[in-house]
Write a protein that binds this ligand. Sequence first.
Ligand code: PLP
Length: 455
Amino acid sequence: MAKKNRTTALADWDRTYLWHPFTQMQEWEQEEPLIIERGKGSYLIDTAGKKYLDGTSSIWVNLHGHRHPALDRAIKTQLDKIAHSTFLGLSNPPAIHLARELIRIAPKGLRRVFYSDNGSTAVEVALKMAVQYWQQRRPEAGPKNTFLHLKLAYHGDTLGAVSVGNIELFHGRFKSLLFPTLEADPPYCYRCPLNLTHPSCRMACLDPIEQILKERHRELAGFIIEPLVQAAAGMITAPQGYLKKIRELCTKYQVLLIADEVATGFGRTGKMFACQHEGVTPDLMAISKGLTGGYMPLAATLATEEIYKGFLGAYEDFKTFFHGHSYTGNPLGCAVALANLDLFKNEKTLARLQPKIKTMARLLQPLRQLPHVGDIRQRGFMAAIELVEDKKTRTPYPLEGRIGHRVTAEAKGHGLLLRPLGHIMVLMPPLSTDTSTLRRMITILRESITTVTDS
Ligand SMILES: Cc1ncc(COP(=O)(O)O)c(C=O)c1O
């Protein structure tokens, strides 16, 4: 079939048979879908052979670029042995090696790896582990079965993860299905809920958190947080020392700290895990996305030995963690995840990233002058540009105006693929992106913002 005919046929079948995530399908059906067939480095290539810059790392998963030979090889080599065998009652070499390696690189004190297959389930596992841990470890203390989380948090789309999330547009309509939780204001300095300014505020937003912990710790199983960066909220970056203080408070009030490193893990913030910037070890840690370098769906929840031990006992004590998935510990996913971690060593990914983080900051800096750029937030190789209708009053663009969507459409026309968070533009290229490609991305982003906001 000629390229054009093939693309047309695929587009028709897409519109006829598919239902895309986070997508208004009525609109999708009217548009030409972009059908990606191949990739190379920081580029995605569609069925017509057109190249696009992958400005979102394919939704925050890709680290070393597409079609990295070492990652391709890892999957092919594993495929010659076996694609999958169950982890229920059996084990497999890649899953064992990967667990060892994860514990080696994780914040000190995390000692056990429980696999699942996406970020939401890694969070779901952490929540269930926390509740069951308290039931078994300290039954006399009464049920500790709710969670504290930050407003605007996003921990995934399964119902447990949605319960500890707080993005009204995504979560509001499911409220009746969710378990009750406690919420605290996030450290959103650009729109400080306390109307204060950092650093003179001395992180006063921590006071209400301490108050909640003091009053309600008896019922709190855990405090779940996206360490350093609340990603889906619009890359809200926490001030230095905030996470460490949260760790101290959780320890003081005997509430488990659950770090959701699904977005921040694997180098995104400039260190392997965001917690490591502040020497923090959470009690439970959810990881996914970059775990396989963006190749395969795989996730894990890491736990301390203390938590793990809380589940030990004779079978008839029924302390087993009764949770698992068909594809838990998938050998293909684990093999490519291992190769991903090898690349961090062999290619010195983190060391090579540091100057690029600085370059990103330097290139983004001038965008602050644009009349509709309210704030730019960056942590490591993740950045967000908050667009505002009125810079002085910080009035956001109305949701219906879909400013982010319009900038994205403009950027796509110039060969850069983005995925905005409402009025917030996100730039999260693969860690391997070189400086000139990064510059190209930021130039297109700037021009697209200017074109759309000027009109
Ligand atoms: C912090 C965080 N947690 C959890 C998730 C959910 O991950 P997944 O989409 O793999 O279920 C995401 C996804 O963006 C995330 O950013």
